[in-house]
Design a protein. Structure first.
Lengths: 295, 407
């Protein structure tokens, strides 16, 4: 059997594929954070909790309202996104003129409240969300058995990433958004409703987190604490990619998934820390991140 | 914390009011009350296996006992240790120094228990550990001031691993949580597997906690081992089992052996993913009439069936109160000696007794998770296959490194 760095080719390819799947999650989540930070300058510490809310909304929607997976994939981001709109409108806007630190504290506090409330009702063991029938089973790739659902996650997450990138970088609406954050007074002078744009952007970022949450629901136990462990990694990904860089978040998310996946084969003990090592290296060599613009 | 303060404030007021009327029986109870502190993870990973449910179990025991011992009322305070050894140790120090707490119960994460029992030893307190797994709690970390109730890693390895090898599962791949508890369990399992004629063909030590197990499951699949041993706990175990089922591990002829699985884990995972899993447990709610009766009362209060830890908290609190009553004092040393003298035979513990190292030994059970077809209800999850007698289940005293044991 062909060996790559002392590991059979098949195992190596398998880990690469799984790394890519996890990377797609990182990309999707860090993308939402990057959009929010890039346009609103809010460090959204509630992102993990909003991802968790997405998974919970899918679970409860199915349990009590019979909403199936495909409908949830569309409805849940809208509902949770609308909730984000309310948060922005009634809480975040009040502190928009203050230092970033206040936004960080507020969103962190909100995350704790969401998690604590759900822990109170549902405990921490988590619940199962069934994989939709059409995505059950697996694909034999020759070098590995890949569950169909994971392949779907990869496709769906990448499609959503590309869609977001296109919306912000290649459309008129995206151009307004970018201009609004550069110089909001000038944009308002042109008759653009900048506060509305900002509210909708936050709602969109939150919707992205909820979308990732619905994608994750059949993969991991749906539990109130599922977001908090992921959030730190995702923040590291955003820092590596460059705070606020859309493309940076996507590419870094995918590559960090792969690096983490390979670490799990060569030195599993370090797999939880390897991303932070990369982060330290990047911060030392290029403090604005790989794709960040020099101030 | 406010709840705790309120309870204590109220209890102090009551104590002050009643101190005028102290009877002779109460004279031997420190400040006329028996005070119990309940310390556990109330909000994190281990919440569902003990947590608020364990507190309810403790309150049920106090209520069933009548709310007072020899005329001295029983007061419970509780606190969340947040799985931090520091938080746990400081809370207990405060309980002993300021609130005269007589016994500390609950105690879940092994690291917290080891730290707390040190504090208890320094201050001559008394602790009953119900939730922790590490067998070192009554081995190298034993103290004359605590007792370990429900289970530990020794019977887990001894029960499950031995049974699996006997059924033909003689080649193992270990999936181990990379910290003290995982290493201890892995060592115990390795010993049992090799002694029973099996072989460990490989393993991975994964960080604690790990969110995504797909990579490790792929490695386990590639190892060709018949059995994948899970030397981890809580959310890690749940994640590993879920992922294994997604990757068709069992369909490809491999089998999982969960070494530390609680009822709440199986309930969360569902029978589809856990069916036929072998496990060792200290108690199961549906194992006989006595157990069912208590479990039903608990269920009416909490809305979930109790885990072995929650049942053990009731059993240990009850035994403690009986010992206080028999000894006529809440002095820790006297009560501990009294507890060790009395055999334990209740809905939870069969053939139970407390050894000199502080280990409460009792019959353990080898169980198998039912298939969805076999199960008749939401909580109908295990079938008990066999009983492991108390004497065989736990580490023999002849192998003990505990300072209280003469070897």
């Amino acid at each position: 059997m062909t060996m790559i760095f002392g590991v059979p080719m098949a195992v190596f390819m398998g880990q690469l594929t799984l790394g890519l799947v996890n990377g797609a999650f990182y990309a999707l989540l860090s993308l939402g954070l990057a959009v929010i930070f890039g346009l609103l300058k809010i460090v959204n510490f509630a992102h993990g909790a909003q991802y968790m809310l997405g998974a919970f909304a899918a679970l409860l929607g199915f349990r009590y309202l019979g909403i199936n997976y495909w409908l949830a994939l569309i409805l849940v981001p809208l509902v949770v996104g609308a909730f984000g709109v309310l948060l922005e409108r009634f809480l975040l806007r009040r502190i928009a003129h203050l230092d970033h630190l206040y936004g960080l504290l507020l969103t962190f506090g909100l995350a704790l409240i969401f998690e604590g409330t759900l822990v109170n009702f549902f405990g921490v063991s988590g619940a199962r969300y069934a994989t939709p029938e059409i995505l059950q089973g697996g694909l034999n790739l020759g070098f590995m058995f890949l569950p169909t659902y994971r392949a779907w996650v990869l496709v769906a997450a990448l499609a959503m990433c590309l869609f977001t990138w296109f919306m912000i970088e290649r459309t008129r609406l995206g151009a307004y958004l970018r201009a609004g954050t550069e110089n909001s007074q000038l944009m308002q002078a042109f008759g653009v409703n900048v506060p509305l744009l900002i509210t909708l952007t936050y709602g969109f970022g939150v919707g992205l987190a909820a979308f990732a949450g619905v994608l994750a629901a059949p993969l991991y136990p749906v539990s109130p604490t599922m977001g908090s462990s992921l959030l730190i990694v995702v923040f590291a990904v955003v820092v590596i990619g460059g705070m606020g860089s859309i493309l940076g978040a996507i590419i870094t998310g995918l590559s960090m998934g792969i690096i983490e996946g390979l670490t799990k084969v060569y030195y599993p003990e370090a797999s939880n820390t390897v991303i932070f090592l990369v982060m330290i290296l990047v911060l030392m060599l290029r403090p604005v991140g790989l794709f960040g613009k020099e101030a | 914390m406010t709840f705790m303060k309120k309870t204590l404030a109220a209890s102090i007021a009551v104590a002050a009011a009643s101190s005028l009327a102290v009877s002779t029986a109460q004279a031997d109870m420190s400040d006329g009350e028996v005070r119990i502190g309940y310390l556990a993870d109330m909000s994190g990973t281990y919440r569902d296996l003990a947590g608020p449910g364990g507190l309810t179990a403790m309150e049920m025991a106090v209520a069933d006992f009548g709310g007072s011992v020899n005329g001295a009322s029983i007061v419970i305070s509780s606190a969340d240790d947040r799985n931090s050894a520091d938080v746990g140790a400081n809370t207990v120090r405060g309980w002993i120094d300021q609130d005269n707490v007589d016994m500390v119960g609950g105690l879940v994460a092994s690291s917290v228990s080891i730290a707390v029992t040190k504090v208890l030893e320094e201050n001559n307190g008394l602790g009953i550990v119900s939730g922790s797994a590490a067998s070192s709690i009554t081995n190298e970390h034993c103290t004359p001031n605590h007792i370990h109730w429900v289970y530990d890693t020794y019977p887990l390895a001894n029960g499950t691993a031995k049974a699996v090898v006997e059924q033909g599962g003689d080649s193992w791949f270990m999936l181990t949580a990379d910290y003290a508890f995982g290493h201890a369990l892995e060592a115990d399992v390795t010993k049992v597997v090799e002694e029973s004629g099996g072989e460990i063909v490989g393993g991975v030590r994964h960080p604690f906690p790990t969110n995504d197990f797909s990579s490790y499951i792929l490695q386990a699949q590639g190892s060709g081992a018949k059995i994948i041993g899970l030397a981890n706990a809580g959310a890690d175990t749940v994640n590993a089992i879920t992922t294994a089922s997604q990757f068709g591990l069992t369909q490809s002829g491999q089998q999982l052996a969960g070494l530390l699985i609680f009822l709440n884990d199986v309930h969360a995972l569902g029978l589809e993913a856990t069916q036929n899993l072998l496990l060792t447990t200290g108690w199961y709610w549906d194992m006989d009439e006595q157990s069912r009766e208590w479990a039903q009362r608990y269920f009416d209060e909490v809305g979930r069936m109790p885990t072995m830890v929650q049942a053990g908290i009731y059993s240990s609190t009850m035994h403690y109160l009986k010992a206080v009553e028999a000894a006529g004092t809440d002095d820790p040393e006297t009560v501990r000696a009294q507890m060790a003298e009395m055999p334990i035979e209740d809905f939870f513990a069969r053939n139970g007794s407390i050894r000199e190292d502080g280990r409460m030994i009792h019959d353990m059970y080898l169980a198998q998770v039912k298939t969805p077809d076999e199960s008749t209800g939401e909580w109908d999850l295990y079938e008990i296959l066999s009983t492991i007698p108390a004497e065989e289940a736990y580490r023999p005293l002849s192998e003990s490194q505990c300072k209280l044991v003469q070897n």
